[in-house]
Design a protein around this ligand. Sequence first.
Ligand code: PXP
Length: 238
Amino acid sequence: MLLGVNIDHVATLRNARGELEPSVIEAAKICIKSGANGITAHLREDRRHIVDFDVFSLKNDLKCRLNLEMAATYEMQKIALELLPDACCIVPEKREEITTEGGLDVASNPEKIQKFIEPLIEAGIQVSLFIDPDRHQVSAASDTGAPFIELHTGAYSRAFGKQNEEEEFTKLKQATSLAHLLGLKVNAGHGLNYNNVLRILEIKDIHELNIGHSIISKALFVGLDKAVSEMLELVNKI
Ligand code: PXP
């Protein structure tokens, strides 16, 4: 299983002062040096953390494997076609949300998503759709021609250690099986941490995990290199 480190919150901290520290590029360098398989960054419409300069430096200066998270807007499509990240994860976006709260609703209009992602796929970008672990969303995602989905693990993460953990975990397991039957590759992420990630590893066919908040939080206490390598130790356990 691969690990992509989401470095949005390095930019959150930098933007709190409106200056240059901490450097997103330096953070990405440390993640890659510590063994991360790639860097994930969400360029939000309101640029609350990652800004355009960050994604272009990650791609052109650092040349790391870059997964760009973005909303399905034409502004973002244009940036992605110029940037040509290795991967693009299409996420829903609401200005008032603190983080990406739910998955993309592909099922209500798969044709619209298909049309949106077509130029990205043609440009050689690995497109994934960030969806809830729901069979209607999984089969709609497969209708769009996207090669990947990323399953939203937020509900599982919140349920971890509680009564509904089993229910939420089963949803992820079943969604992964269906996706494989339909020929989709499966990534997963959101809310994963050093405790709840272990159970996710039981789902054998997940290709990549994208983890941000828990790694950047731990980095405050142990350093980013150690925070990344401790997560990698867990992710590589199986
Ligand atoms: N995957 C996607 C699509 C996301 O939007 C996010 C949050 O930006 C993550 C993974 C990482 O979530 P977290 O920061 O909770 O680990």
